[in-house]
Design a protein around this ligand. Structure first.
Ligand code: PMT
Length: 409
């Protein structure tokens, strides 16, 4: 009973796939969840509320002005929910969510909900590809809403392509995963955390830049885990392909200078800063406003200048903030990481041996060594980056935060 004790608010909007939500409601109930269904008026044209009432064994909510439901039902349902799942989500309901329109019970509940939200779009393939829909999804993603991407296949409209509601089996798996997140300890409650992640891009001209292989996975895992455990998290991210972790405020940057500015603006309120970004150390002195031509020369010399060292500048005005740096090293790793720990006045440095298989850039796993200013060295085995994040947060919480921050005590 993986969802025992959990309340799932299931929103159903007007798509032919609404009939699949009946199976979803049934599976969620069998997994132990208390399921409360909210339907749009259009959804009731596809499936009767009575069907959901029978399956969920709870009243179904449609009309925000229904006498029995009006009393602040729209917020009460949102308050009660551990998880909010909208399946199927039409283009229309996604647009309302993305733009804060609250003209029915479901869209009102979306605005009032504070729990993790999963939306499962289902629609015609061309509607799904339409930039309006994609932009709305992007907005929701950036706000931490989890999207269960529709699947490819034959659609009810007769076309073939991406637009089919994700299989119920997969949706249940995702919901169970989200519920597991709710079980995380709340030991970072009330702590403000700043995380830098991903690479930076240093422009050469309008089409070229200097960058590195960081995917952002390590930093995003830390941001996600810290938020799950109750921290208020700001994530300053270079360009990545990753969706925003739920309940994290993401600030998107490109260059090292932009990252330095974003950190400058947000570090003031941060008690703990994880510097997982792979920040370029140098940037071109000149950025051409026009695409540089290849010409006839066989070589090309770029003149570079140093970028601001974000970690070092935070270290210089540290106060009682906890600073955790990362080091991606290939040669003499311990000595190099130790030097960075001292020079940047960090409280801990997490060393990645980036030339080891399964560690460092891009991959989902990492093998790290923790080095503390008192000389203590802790070697960890190869772990999933999420597990590295989990253990790291526990260590920082127990060894560094308690002594430095009264808020966290
Ligand atoms: O993003 P992934 O693909 O998951 O990969 C994760 C990672 C390998 C990028 C990450 O775990 C990591 O090691 N990040 C630091 C990369 C690095 O090379 O750092 P560095 O040795 O250049 O710098 C040391 C520390 O100073 C880092 O915390 C860095 O964020 C910081 N720094 C560096 C330069 C600079 N101008 N400003 C900084 O703040």
């Amino acid at each position: 009973m993986e969802l025992e004790g959990r309340t799932v608010l299931l929103g159903v909007s007007g798509s032919i796939a609404a009939y699949k939500a009946v199976e979803l409601a049934s599976r969620l109930r069998k997994a132990g969840a208390s399921v409360h269904v909210v339907m749009t008026q259009n959804a009731t044209r596809f499936v009767s509320p009575l069907t959901f009432e029978t399956i969920s064994r709870n009243p179904v909510h449609v009309d925000p002005f229904a006498p029995a439901q009006w009393e602040p039902e729209h917020t009460a349902l949102a308050d009660r929910a551990d998880l909010f799942v909208v399946a199927p989500a039409t283009a229309n309901i996604l647009a309302k969510f993305a733009h804060g329109i609250a003209d029915d019970l479901l869209s009102t509940l979306y605005l009032a909900a504070r729990c993790p939200i999963l939306v499962a779009p289902a629609m015609n393939v061309y509607m799904y590809r339409n930039p309006a829909v994609q932009e709305n999804l992007e907005r929701l993603r950036a706000r931490g809403v989890k999207i269960a991407e529709p699947e490819e296949g034959m659609l009810a409209c007769g076309y073939e392509g991406q637009g089919r509601l994700q299989e119920v089996e997969r949706l249940v798996e995702t919901i169970v995963q989200l519920a597991r997140g709710l079980e995380a300890p709340r030991d970072w409650e009330g702590v403000s955390v700043l995380v830098t992640a991903g690479p930076t891009r240093e422009p050469i001209d309008p089409v070229r830049f200097l960058s590195n292989r960081s995917s952002g996975k390590m930093g995003y895992a830390i941001a996600e885990e810290a938020a799950l455990r109750g921290a208020q998290v700001v994530l300053v991210s270079g360009p990545t392909q990753l969706p925003s972790p739920p309940n994290v405020r993401r600030i998107q940057v490109e260059s090292a200078e932009e990252m330095a500015r974003a950190v400058e603006q947000t570090a003031g309120s941060a008690q703990v800063i994880f510097l997982a970004a792979a920040v370029a150390d140098f940037t071109p002195v000149e950025v051409s406003p026009h695409k540089l031509k290849k010409g006839t020369a066989e070589t090309w010399t770029l003149t570079l200048r140093k970028t601001p060292d974000i970690a070092a500048s935070l270290g210089q005005r540290k106060g009682d903030r906890v600073l955790i740096g990362f080091a991606a090293e290939t040669d003499d790793p311990i000595a190099n990481a130790r030097r960075k720990l001292t020079e940047k006045r960090l409280d801990l440095i997490v060393l990645n041996r980036v030339n080891e298989p399964g560690a460092g850039f891009e991959v989902d796993t990492n093998r790290v060594t923790l080095i503390f200013p008192d000389g203590t060295v802790e070697e960890w085995p190869l772990l999933d980056k999420r597990e590295v994040a989990r253990r790291l947060l526990s260590i920082v919480r127990d060894r560094l935060l308690v002594s430095s921050s009264p808020v966290a005590g």
